[in-house]
Design a binder for this molecule. Structure first.
Ligand SMILES: [Zn+2]
Ligand SMILES: [Zn+2]
Length: 242
C-alpha cells in the first residue's frame, strides 16, 4: 500500500472510526471493507483444492479428492456449474449483508472474487447476467446488489453485462417468517422471464448473485434462459452457504 493511501486510511479511520462487523475491532484499511485485517486473514477463500460438489460447488470437506464428487441435491438444477469465491461466513457474510444496504464491495473481496471467477470459468462466456430483483424490490433498494457484482466482474473479465434480458416478474419474499424451502421454491418457480430472447439465444451465460443457498433461484433463472434458447447457463456467486 502506498504511503498516501496509508495516510488517507488513517485520516478516514479518525473521521469515521469503524468497527469490524465480525469482531468489533477497528477496521484500519478502507480496502478491507466492513471487516478487519485479522478477520480477513483468518478467512479462507475457496482454492479449488477442497472437496466440493462438482456441479453446485457445495463445500463437502477440506481434504482434496481424486474423484468428482456430487452432493446429489442439485441433480435436477437447470444450470451447468455453480461456483463461489468462498464460504458464506465471517467477513464474506458481513460484506454480503452490507451489500444489501450499501452498493459497495471492498477492494479485497472484489480482487478475490475476480480471481475465483477467472479460475472457475477459464473458457469465459458471452454474457454476465445479474439475478434480477423484482421491480418492487428494486425501487425499495434503489439498486440490484447482483448488478454491483456483475459490474466489477465484467470489468475484470471483459465479458459484457446484460441487465435487461432476464426479468423477475413475480415479487418473491426473501425471508418471510415460516416460509420453508418448499414454499420458497414454489414462489420462485415462475418468477423469471426472458424479455429479449433473441439476444440470449445460442449464448453462454453466467448468472451472477451475492450468495447461493439452495440454488433453486439460480436454477429457475437458468431454466427460463435455457427455454428461450441459451446454449449454456452457469452461476457465480460471492459466497456459498452450507
Ligand atoms: Zn475483525
Ligand atoms: Zn451439488
Amino acid at each position: 500500500m502506498s504511503f498516501a493511501a496509508t495516510i488517507a486510511d488513517s485520516l478516514l479511520a479518525i473521521a469515521f472510526p469503524r468497527e469490524c462487523r465480525c469482531c468489533g475491532r477497528q477496521v484500519e484499511r478502507r480496502a478491507d471493507g466492513v471487516a478487519c485485517e485479522n478477520c480477513w486473514s483468518a478467512y479462507r477463500f475457496f482454492t479449488g483444492s477442497e472437496t466440493a460438489c462438482a456441479k453446485c460447488g457445495l463445500f463437502l470437506g477440506e481434504a482434496e479428492t481424486m474423484f468428482e464428487t456430487f452432493c446429489r441435491k442439485c441433480d435436477d438444477h437447470a444450470y451447468g456449474l455453480a461456483r463461489s469465491a468462498g464460504p458464506y461466513r465471517g467477513p464474506a457474510a458481513a460484506e454480503v449483508i452490507n451489500l444489501k444496504t450499501n452498493p459497495h464491495l471492498s477492494i479485497r473481496f472484489q480482487k478475490a472474487a475476480s480471481i475465483a471467477f477467472a479460475d472457475s470459468f477459464r473458457e469465459g462466456a458471452d454474457l454476465l447476467m445479474p439475478v434480477p430483483l423484482s421491480r418492487k424490490r428494486f425501487v425499495e433498494r434503489g439498486y440490484n446488489q447482483a448488478s454491483v457484482i456483475a459490474g466489477f466482474l465484467g470489468r475484470s473479465s471483459g465479458i459484457p453485462v446484460d441487465e435487461a434480458s432476464l426479468q423477475r416478474v413475480v415479487d418473491t419474499p426473501h425471508h418471510r417468517a415460516g416460509m420453508d424451502r418448499k414454499a420458497r421454491d414454489l414462489s420462485v418457480r415462475n418468477a423469471f422471464k426472458v424479455v429479449r430472447p433473441k439476444l440470449t439465444a445460442g449464448r453462454s451465460i453466467i448468472l451472477i448473485d451475492d450468495v447461493l443457498t439452495s440454488g433453486s433461484t439460480a436454477s429457475y433463472c437458468a431454466k427460463a434462459l435455457t427455454k428461450s434458447g441459451a446454449a449454456r447457463v452457469d452461476v457465480f456467486t460471492l459466497a456459498r452457504a452450507a
